[in-house]
Ligand binder design. Structure first.
Ligand code: URA
Length: 259
């Protein structure tokens, strides 16, 4: 692949901008300064740096966002702010879409990617990525709620009631519970608690598969992650580990954000 093409694919630089940067001497390949935009390189094999920093070859982009409340999970909308509007212009690559959905009033971990295969795997019933939510409840979390979720609680769908897949849940405080889901029905966590006679006041997604919401990532901010980290979203965790993490980092989440 041509060096200028490599840069225009791996950054938001145009081909022309990339060529100018290469000519200026800002780029090395395998430790050697290369000033030729048409130099041929092997993406993924050759070590490329820009101003001394490695530029890691990635076929797709993976953005780990801490979605704030008040923003909708969509690529674009005429009147409401979307999660893609939170990206800096240089990060708005064509083809990026949210892999899954968080409702407007829910905050937390959301992957935005142009890797359609991973998005499909994360959402398809066969390989659905496990998702972990922290719910702040109006009333105490009880053993009855825990067993109703474990049995597959019924949710109203039009004129009928349909069972959810069995879901594990655990309290980390009297009114704070972690729920593990392997499916994605509309407003599922809120509706599950409502069906059990409780009410979700605040909801935060704290983990997908083995990938936690980084505790030091403020709401509205995001990180670029590698494909291997994004693929860890397909792996299962144990709810007790997720609860431990939630107790350490997220039991005061809504206190910190002042909500
Ligand atoms: N369950 C909900 O109620 N809302 C979400 O955004 C995700 C799961």
């Amino acid at each position: 692949m041509r060096l200028d093409r490599f840069f225009s694919e791996q950054t938001a630089l145009s081909r022309k901008e990339a060529a100018a940067l290469i000519r200026s001497g800002a780029v090395t390949v395998n430790g050697v300064q290369l000033r030729k935009p048409d130099a041929a390189i092997q993406p993924g094999t050759d070590a490329v740096t820009l101003r001394g920093k490695p530029v890691v070859y990635q076929k797709f982009r993976y953005i780990l966002l801490h979605k704030p409340t008040g923003v909708i999970t969509a690529s674009r909308d005429k009147s409401q702010k979307t999660v893609l509007d939170l990206l800096r212009p240089e990060d708005r690559f064509a083809g990026l879409t949210p892999a899954g959905r968080l409702d407007k009033d829910t905050s937390g971990l959301l992957l935005i990617t142009d890797d359609g295969q991973l998005t499909h795997k994360m959402l398809s019933p066969k390989s659905h990525a496990p998702k972990y939510y922290l719910a702040a409840l109006r009333d105490p979390f009880t053993k009855q709620i825990q067993s109703a979720f474990r049995d597959g609680i019924l949710l109203r769908e039009g004129d009928t009631e349909e069972p959810c897949l069995p879901a594990e849940s655990e309290a980390i405080a009297e009114r704070l519970a972690v729920v593990e889901l392997h499916e994605g029905k509309y407003h599922q966590v809120r509706r599950m608690f409502a069906a059990a006679g409780n009410f979700v006041e605040q909801l935060l997604r704290i983990q997908i598969g083995c990938v936690p919401l980084p505790p030091d990532l403020p709401a509205g901010s995001y990180l670029h992650i590698l494909d291997k980290d994004a693929n860890n979203m397909l792996m299962k965790s144990h709810i007790s580990e997720v609860c431990e993490f939630a107790r350490c980092y997220y039991s005061s989440y809504w206190i910190k954000s002042g909500k």
